[in-house]
Design a protein around this ligand. Sequence first.
Ligand code: TXA
Ligand code: MG
Length: 317
Amino acid sequence: MTTLLDDPLDAAALLRAGALVAFATETVYGLGADARNGTAVAAIFEAKGRPHFNPLICHFPDAESAWAEVRADGRALALAAAFWPGPLTLVLPRRADCRIDLLAGAGLDTLAVRVPAHDGALALLRAAAIPIAAPSANRSGRISPTTSAHVISELGGRIAAVLEGGDCAVGLESTVLDLAGGGAVLLRPGGVPVEAIEAVIGPVGRPLPLHAGPAPTLRSPGMMLSHYAPSLPLRLNATEVGGDEALLAFGPPLPGAARVFQLSESRDLTEAASRLFAGLRALDELGVCGIAAMPVPGEGLGPAIRDRLIRAAEPKN
Ligand code: TXA
Ligand code: MG
C-alpha cells in the first residue's frame, strides 16, 4: 500500500524511519530516502528497478546544509546565491566527514547536491533535517513523473508514501553542472539554461553532442541514451504527420494531425518544458503507432527539451 500524504511532517517522519517517500519538487517528483542510510538508499534502486547504481542527487533545505557534506568553491557559492532554491544541481567533492552513504554517490568521490524551489519539498527537508537522496520517481528507463498520479502509476505498492505537491512547475529535471574538476562542465541540460549559468561563472564546457561518441555516459550515467522512454517510437523534428501518428505539437499543429498534445500554443519554451513529460505520457497511452514531435528552438529551455526528446526517440532494448 502506498499512502498519499498531505502533511510534510508525516512524510518527514517516514523518511527518518528509513522508508521511501516520493515528493514534488519544482522539476519532477523525486523518490526520497535518508541519504545517510545505506539500506534506505538501496531500496530506491530496488523500487525503481534500476539496472545500475547511478549516483543520486542529495536534496537540502538550504545551501549551508549542503556545504556541510561537499566542498563549495567560489563558483559554487555564486551559483547557489543566484539559483538556489531552484533547478540547478552542483557536482562537488565530498567532504572527508561527509555523512552521505557511499551507495547514494555510487562510490564516487563527488556528490550531486541541490536545494529545490518548492514549498512542500522545503517544508519536508526542513522537518526531516537529514539529507534526502532522490532520483526521479519513475521506474528505470521511463518518463519522469510530474504529478502524484504519475508517481502512483509508476511506483504504487512499491513505496511507503507520496507527499501530494501538485503539478511540477518546471516539468523537466534540474540542470546538472560538474564543478569537481578544474572547469565547469554541463552534465545534463535542465531547468536552468546554461547561458544563465555562464552569466554568473563564465564559460561552461559542453560534452560531445549526444550522437558524436560514447564519452558522456562515463561522467554522468543519467546521460544514458534511451533514458526518458515512452514505449512508442518517437520521430523528431517532424514537418508532416502520418495518419497513424499522434502529434507532440509546439505552436500551431501540423496539418492533418488527428491526435495532438499541445506543448505550447504560443511557443513558450517554459510552458512547453512543464508539459513535456505529461504530453509524452498522454500520447503513449493513445494506442497509436508512433509519436511525431515538432521541432523546438535551441535557446533558453529549448536544449533541455530537445535533449529529453532525443533520448525518448532512441530505440529501446
Ligand atoms: O530535477 C531533478 O534533478 C530531479 C529531482 C527529483 O530533484 N532528480 C533527478 O535525479 O533527476 P536522477 O537520479 O533521475 O538524475 C540524477 C542525475 C543523473 O544524470 C546522474 O548521473 C547525475 O545526476 N549525477 C548524480 N551524482 C553525480 C555525480 N557525483 N557525478 C556526476 N553525475 C552525477
Ligand atoms: Mg531520472
